[in-house]
Design a protein around this ligand. Sequence first.
Ligand code: GDP
Ligand code: MG
Length: 163
Amino acid sequence: MSEIKQIKVLLLGNTQVGKTSYLNRLLNIKFTDKYIPTMGFNINILKCKINENKIKFDFVEISGNPDYIGIKDGHLIGVNSVIYIVDNNISSIKNIKTELEEIRNKCGNIPIVIVVNKCEMPETSNICEKIAELNLDLPIIKCSCKNKINIKVPLNLIYEKIY
Ligand SMILES: Nc1nc2c(ncn2[C@@H]2O[C@H](COP(=O)(O)OP(=O)(O)O)[C@@H](O)[C@H]2O)c(=O)[nH]1
Ligand SMILES: [Mg+2]
């Protein structure tokens, strides 16, 4: 039997961009329009197959709410990839550069994927252009948790970078 490969993913992004919704979609939990705030952080596991390989993804979602503690070193233990989620609101890209620099400093050259969620909304093309102007040199994937668009693409990209 092939061994199970393990990938720990940190989910970052401002409050209400869709981090919990993204995790829920991956875990086949029904989408809801209602906003249920994440208190502090949220941990989940997804076991799946990519290219016939068994993978266990450990997800850590950090609340984007400034009332909470933000990214703590303890959250970063064992993290070997990051999904940074933004949405159709321009304020969601405000901290992206500094937060990803912090990640680079603390975690080194791990794979990072930027997800532009709520892509069924017209404004997301503008957001993609604005991110491109930041020259982050990272993949940008448009997703919609609401309409189930491109949900697994970021995981495939991370898998390909690591293995
Ligand atoms: N229109 C739209 N709304 C979404 C989408 N994904 C999440 N939302 C909504 O955005 C709000 C915040 O979602 P949530 O997952 O709690 O964000 P978090 O704070 O980043 O965890 C909720 O009201 C969701 O229903 C999407 O793809 N499209
Ligand atoms: Mg949340």
